[in-house]
Design a protein around this ligand. Structure first.
Ligand code: 5RP
Length: 222
């Protein structure tokens, strides 16, 4: 199977995973990226089984609406049963690096609200230790150089993702060569730098379930 076929398989597996738990009041949190898009396409077949969705980006909101799925403002939603999203890296503790698509802040907010966070990924994303994928850090634009200098003190090599403005008006630094021994420790340390909006380590709120696309089928890891 190609990587795209694995992404499609986990997207369909995620739709099948939540299907029996959906009811007419359910709201589904939806992530961003090519794997999340596969989930959206599979979810569309079940659109009459649930109330609607909360989107982690403008791009995802548009794709959901294109499928006829109602998109709610998170502020108007009391309870979110599920959040389904892809990842750039995932380890055995289901800690993640996310933000390759620059949607990390909204993704982290929706994940924080959701009762169950289901990560969907193909097997190329599974790693022993997080950090080979450059860690995205969203920053307030005027703080970018200051934050970059602080990230160098942590051992990283930040690179400005030029031309990218996030849905929140932020900018992205991609941090290479970070040694992430403790994902929670590093997530906290970076979030304490003034001017950081958030960083792409999802360890304080890791995934609850990983649906991993492999050549032998979709594996469920908890
Ligand atoms: C977007 C993300 C994505 O989940 C991550 O980049 C994976 O993307 P893809 O499914 O396209 O490989 O965090 O901000």
């Amino acid at each position: 199977m190609t990587q795209d076929e694995l992404k499609r398989a986990v997207g369909e597996a995620a739709a099948a995973y939540i299907r029996p738990k959906l009811d007419k009041d359910s709201i589904v949190g939806v992530g961003t990226g090519s794997t999340a898009n596969c989930f959206i396409d599979a979810l569309a077949q079940d659109k009459f089984l649930f109330a609607g969705a909360v989107a982690s980006s403008e791009a995802t909101a548009q794709r959901l609406r294109d499928h006829g799925i109602e998109v709610f403002d998170l502020n108007n939603v009391g309870k979110l049963d599920f959040y389904i999203d892809g990842a750039d890296e995932v380890n055995r503790n289901l800690e993640l690096i996310k933000g390759g698509g620059a949607a990390l802040t909204r993704e982290k907010i929706v994940a924080a609200v959701a009762r169950e966070f289901i990560c969907i990924a193909d097997e190329t994303k599974m790693v022993e230790r997080l950090g080979k994928f450059p860690l995205p850090v969203e920053v307030i634009p005027m703080a970018r150089s200051y934050v970059a200098r602080e990230l160098v003190k942590l051992g990283g090599n930040p690179v400005y993702r030029e031309g990218v403005v996030t849905d929140n008006g932020g900018q992205i630094l991609d941090v290479y060569d970070l040694f992430v021994d403790s994902a929670i420790g590093m997530e906290n340390r970076i979030n304490h730098i003034t001017g950081v909006i958030t960083n792409g380590l999802f360890a304080r709120r890791a995934a609850d379930v990983l649906l991993l696309g492999t050549q032998k089928g979709v594996r469920t890891l908890t």
